[in-house]
Design a protein around this ligand. Structure first.
Ligand code: ZN
Length: 74
């Protein structure tokens, strides 16, 4: 089951630099765990982690709209 990261994804869609950083850092290790999450808390998180999922979702949100978001109705 997918975790609900839609709120974070919408936020990241408006912050490409942060999104790219997450995509760059939260990569799979050879053992299938998240490298960034594992190094931060000493525990290993199965990859893709929540942050990775949100960043990928944000990428789809941003990419599907030519870099523009529809968070405002204007
Ligand atoms: Zn992670």
């Amino acid at each position: 089951m997918t975790r609900d990261v839609s709120g974070l994804a919408r936020l990241l869609a408006d912050h490409p630099a942060l999104r790219d950083a997450l995509l760059r850092e939260h990569v799979a290790r050879p053992d299938g765990r998240c490298r960034a999450c594992g190094s931060q808390v000493g525990l290993t998180t199965r990859w893709p982690c929540s942050l990775r999922s949100a960043a990928e979702q944000a990428l789809r949100l941003a990419g599907g709209q030519n870099g523009r978001t529809s968070t405002s109705s204007a």
